[in-house]
Design a protein around this ligand. Sequence first.
Ligand code: BT5
Length: 274
Amino acid sequence: MTWVDDLRQACKDRLIGKEILSFSKIDSTNREARDRAKGGAREGLVILADSQSRGKGRLGRSWESPPGTNLYLSIILRPPVDPSDAPQITLLAGVAAARALSDVSGLKCLIKWPNDILLRGKKLAGILAEMEGEGARVGFVILGIGVNVNWRREDFPADLGVKATSLRAESGREISRAAAAAGLLGELEKEYTAFIREGFSPRLKDEWNRLSWINGKEVTLSLPEGEISGRALGLDTDGALLLLDGKGKTRRFIAGDVSLRRINKDEWETEEQG
Ligand code: BT5
């Protein structure tokens, strides 16, 4: 993959992407990154693949990963934070991805809590952050991101047709994978280093709320004990999602515990039951 050399050039002086391992085919970049992290690989290592045979989503779901067209990458992070703060990594990655993908395409990409990037209401990218604890500390986080870049609509599997999209399908033009990946890793570097310095800052919270697709919408969350519906109010100061329930009570939810199941009855269900 020659475009990976351009990406390496763009990332050579950064923490994230200083070293990039590229595979033409792999089962899952998250699996590979996890194995390498366990073996002591340094923070910032990026595992990239042209295609995946077992790309992972959350809760045992899968990620469609055809060759020659999209981005599939995983980053090893070693944040010095409590495990309870690890879900904030997904939130900062959402901000970074929405901004980078908007910049490279000129189209407005938004975040659907907790881990999707949407373009015109359809899923453009997904984030999968997997944490490994070391006692009371985070040992490492594998931050995996899949982005549909040049995937043609006619090549989407039938079941994704109505709910997924790609940068090319929406912009009508080919987008450089090197440019998309360099922008994405660059924004992640900015947000991650700020997070290490400042924690989950008011600036990051405000930025997330500005890029949120669900704020103000009626949503249904799937919890282990059942479903709860209400109006999404946006993130709280610590990154919890605030939901105004039917009784007028504001409730808080942490990404990672729950998934968003429905946005209004007339819109497509955004997630299958896990
Ligand atoms: C996610 O899961 O959205 C996280 C996806 C993370 C994928 C990256 S690729 C690089 C790295 N290595 C991995 O092995 N994984 C990460 P979730 O919220 O569970 O969404 C999964 C659902 O999205 C599926 O059940 C489908 O409905 C849908 N889906 C699958 N493939 C898709 C695609 N390419 N584009 C849009 N939607 C897709």
